[in-house]
Design a protein around this ligand. Structure first.
Ligand code: AMP
Length: 327
């Protein structure tokens, strides 16, 4: 069976963007792939984290994965830092990647242009990400558009390594949704909806109070034209709401434009709010049953055993190829 690998950082609060861009894909692909979905806690510490909160957030993400429909019977869910082979392989890959290519990563460049004191981890984390993926010989990596460049780097590292040391890694493909790969902030539709944003009014969090969710959607920034038409350049606000509605109802953009051609923005926003609230109500009721149960630990134990077995085999194969240790 082909394999899928992906993960989410346990920082901030998971958003509707994380759901539409990533988790929804995990659940759909899960039917046809052997799935490894992890909590990317090592990626979280590229920025300072409060240890107590980080621990809570790790558990929260596992609860959300399960509440969104991932099932420990057919998905291996684990915490990245518990599987030590990710970092071992990451070091080997660091020694097979170049400063030049790392310096071209736009997320690093953006942060470096804004902040003076960034960690070395911010510079090298795309290599850890390559390790997270290559160590499982993943066929596909479902993700939002912001990770596209990092998946391309992963592919380049895999191809280079295979050329140098013989066939070692599968070269993975990204799976980026056609619509919904970048859900935007409702208050500023030119900015991505992010989980650690300063502008919570523009972000829908998966565990948000449902009344607040309706309020946030009803006060989403749009234009003054009042026609429900998808046009990313001229109408980014309403296009974002159309994308959200399309992702949650599986209706095409064209069908939505036809359906709402006689409606105003208020009517449409109210329908979008109904769909989002229906989704979040379901996620939250499942989450509340799961979060304090044994299911979390049982899921993580099972996920760790399987992921560690595969990762260890790949790590030892690399040690052997590179002449390291006694392997
Ligand atoms: P992160 O929140 O950076 O850990 O990202 C976890 C996953 O969610 C990645 O696959 C991202 O591409 C995806 N993602 C994050 N924010 C959004 C968004 N606003 N729209 C679509 N996908 C997103």
């Amino acid at each position: 069976m082909k394999r899928m690998v992906s993960g989410i950082k346990p920082t901030g609060n998971l958003t509707l963007g994380n759901y539409i861009g990533a988790i929804k894909q995990f659940v759909e692909l899960n039917k046809n792939y052997e799935s490894f979905i992890f909590v990317a806690d090592l990626h979280a510490i590229t920025l300072p984290q409060e240890p107590k909160i980080l621990k809570e957030k790790i558990k929260e993400i596992v609860g959300i994965y399960l509440a969104c429909g991932l099932d420990s019977n057919d998905t291996y869910i684990f915490i990245q830092s518990e599987n030590i082979y990710h970092t071992l392989v990451s070091w080997i890959l660091e020694c097979n990647s170049y400063m030049g290519e790392m310096s071209r990563m736009t997320q690093y460049k953006d942060l470096a242009s804004k902040e003076k004191n960034i960690t070395t981890g911010i510079f090298t984390y795309p290599i850890l990400m390559a390790s997270d993926i290559l160590i499982y010989d993943a066929d596909v990596v479902p993700t939002g558009i912001d990770q596209k460049q990092h998946i391309e780097l992963t592919r380049n590292i895999a191809i280079r390594f295979n050329n140098r040391y013989g066939d070692t890694f599968k070269v993975p493909d990204e799976v980026i949704p056609e619509f919904g790969s970048k859900i935007m902030n409702l208050q500023n539709p030119l900015d991505k909806m992010g989980k650690s944003d300063d502008n919570p009014k523009g972000n829908i969090y998966l565990l948000d109070d449902l009344k607040q969710v309706r309020k946030k959607i009803m006060s989403a920034v749009t234009d003054s034209d009042n026609t429900i038409k998808y046009d990313l350049d001229k109408k980014p606000g309403i296009s974002n709401l159309i994308t959200i509605y399309s992702s949650l109802t599986n209706k095409s953009i064209k069908k939505i434009e036809d359906e709402f051609k006689n409606s105003n923005y208020g009517d449409f926003k109210s329908k979008v709010a109904d769909e989002v609230i229906k989704l979040l109500e379901d996620i939250q009721s499942k989450y509340n049953n799961i979060i304090n149960s044994n299911i979390i630990d049982e899921t993580l134990d099972k996920g760790l055993i399987k992921s560690e077995k595969i990762a260890k085999e790949k790590a030892y194969q690399l040690l052997n190829k590179l002449g390291l240790g006694r392997y």
